[in-house]
Every structure is written in C-alpha cells, then in structure tokens.
Design a protein around this ligand. Structure first.
Ligand code: CAA
Length: 259
C-alpha cells in the first residue's frame, strides 16, 4: 500500500499504520483523511492481518485537523470536512479486527479523536492529549463530542472540551480515556506485545466480540444480549472453536486459521 501521508507496514499478522506528515505534526488534511479511509478499507479486507496498530511519525501522534486547510472554510465546507473525518475514523471503529492506538506524542483535537475511534489506546508517558478546538473558535468535529463522554463521563468530557486544555497521559489515564501509559521507549514494544497476544486468538471470535462490545453502547440490554447469544452461537460454526476447545482438552496451544 503506497500513500503520500501514511506508511503501512505488515509483519506477522499485524499492520502498523503510521501518520507521516511530521513537518506538520501529522495534522489531518483532507488528503490524509481520504488515504486513511482507503488504508482502513484495504486492511479490513486483508485476511492476513489480525490486528492494526495506529501511530505517528516524529514527535506527534497527530496534532489535530489541519488548521491551514480549515481556516477559510465555509459552513458547508466545514460540515463536509467533519463528515470526511467521521467516514475515515469509522473504518477504524468498524474494522473487523482490533485497532490499537500507540499514542507516541501530541494527540490533540482530531488527533485525539483518531485515538478515541480505536479500540484500545496505549500512550507514551510523554504524550499530551486534549481538545484545543474551543481555543480556535470551533469544537471537536471528528467524534470528540460523542466519544469522550462514553469513556470519561459527561462532566470530565465537558471540562476537557470547554477548557481546551492539554493534559498529560497520566491524567488522561485517570479519567478513563487511555488503557495504559508506558515509558516512552517501551511504547511500541508494549503495543506489539498486546497486538501479538490478540493476533494469536481466534480472529472470528475477536471480530464478533468487537461487534458485541461496540453495539453495547447503542443497544438496550435485551437487544445486546440477543446479539451476544447469536454471535456466541456463530462461533460454534467455526473450525477455530473446535480447534480452541480441542487444544484445551489435549493440553496444547491452539492454532487458529480464521475458519
Ligand atoms: N494543523 C496544521 N499545522 C499544524 C498543526 C495543525 N493542527 N499542528 C501543528 N502544525 C504545524 C505548525 O504550524 C508548524 O508548522 P511550521 O513549521 O510550518 O510553522 C509545525 O506543525 C510544527 O508545529 P509547532 O512549531 O507549533 O510545534 P511545537 O512543538 O512548538 O508545538 C503543538 C506543538 C503544541 C502541538 C502546536 O503545534 C499546536 O498547538 N498545534 C495545534 C494543535 C491544535 O490546535 N489542534 C486542534 C486542531 S482543530 C481540530 O482538530 C478540529 C477537529 O476536531 C476536526
């Protein structure tokens, strides 16, 4: 996969998708959003890939949507720009495999919103996150107003968004916005260890688990449990379920094929 603003590397069933506009701290312009959607769709279709890791080149994860591109937008263009971000991030959120954000530095505005669209967020202890949008006369437009409160609660989300303040990784972790904070030089090793652990599990089971957990936010309990029962049953139609349980009985490690 060749892109202008992204680098995609694949190894051992794990893809690393890296934002690569370091001179602009990986700010998201329309071109990058279009590439992100294309890369997400291609990785979703790639059966050899079990887990996707998203990170940034240089000192930033992503320092937000591109302010130079947004500066002179009309209201309709602003709406279209927001929709372009939503579409691109939906490819991460709805990908049929887990997506882990490795937040290596600044994750501000649209940059933090990329991370929040991922399934799991590990951050360097040097990372800084927040929503500076209100300091620019706008508010988060790539999902931040919707996804933040689901993790941190309404009051914390409002404080972060209304103030526009930037906070350190430790504070963001305390707020429930991050899964883990690790020393900067151990970030990628920690993320790859987690990715490897997930990649060794039954891909179909992980995929359905992601669907069930994601939908738990929008379904009522009865509908959610019905979905869980259906997806649980579907697992029994796979070779991986037979292999996983047979391996347990035979006291050996399971080898999953995704069938
Ligand atoms: N858009 C465009 N360019 C950006 C950018 C952004 N979001 N963030 C950084 N850059 C550019 C800078 O303009 C600078 O370019 P030049 O070298 O050409 O001047 C380059 O990246 C390096 O940045 P700095 O010199 O500012 O680096 P720093 O280390 O001094 O500061 C920073 C780092 C605190 C992250 C600072 O760059 C900053 O505040 N960036 C903007 C953060 C921001 O406001 N993000 C939210 C954007 S709005 C949004 O995301 C809307 C939405 O929800 C859809």
């Amino acid at each position: 996969m060749e892109f202008k603003n992204l680098i995609v590397d694949k190894k051992d069933g794990i893809a690393i998708l890296k934002f690569n506009r370091p001179k602009a701290l990986n700010a998201l312009n329309s071109e990058t959003l279009i590439e992100l959607k294309a890369a997400g769709e291609a990785l979703n279709a790639d059966k050899t890939i079990k887990v996707v890791v998203v990170t940034g080149e240089g000192k930033a994860f992503v320092a937000g949507a591109d302010i130079l591109e947004m500066k002179d937008l009309t209201a309709l263009e602003g709406m279209a720009f927001s929709a372009r971000g939503h579409e691109a991030f939906a490819t991460l959120e709805n990908m049929e495999k887990p997506v882990i954000a490795a937040v290596n530095g600044f994750a501000l505005g649209g940059g933090f919103e990329v991370a929040l669209a991922c399934d799991i967020i590990y951050a360097s202890d040097r990372a800084k996150v927040g929503f500076p949008e209100t300091t620019l006369g706008i508010h988060p437009g790539f999902g931040g107003t919707q996804r933040t409160a689901k993790l941190a609660g309404l009051a914390k989300a409002k404080e972060l968004i209304f103030s526009g303040k930037t906070i350190g990784a430790a504070e963001a972790y305390e707020m429930g916005l991050l899964n883990k904070v690790v020393p900067d030089d151990q970030l990628m090793a920690s993320v790859m260890a987690l990715a490897g652990k997930i990649a060794a599990n039954g891909p179909f089971a992980v995929r359905l688990a992601k669907e069930c957990v994601n939908k738990s936010l929008s379904l009522d309990n009865k509908e959610g449990l019905a979905l869980e029962a259906k997806d649980f049953g579907l697992c029994f139609a796979t070779k991986d379920q037979k292999e996983g349980m047979t391996a347990f009985v035979e006291k050996r490690k399971a080898t999953f094929t995704g069938e």
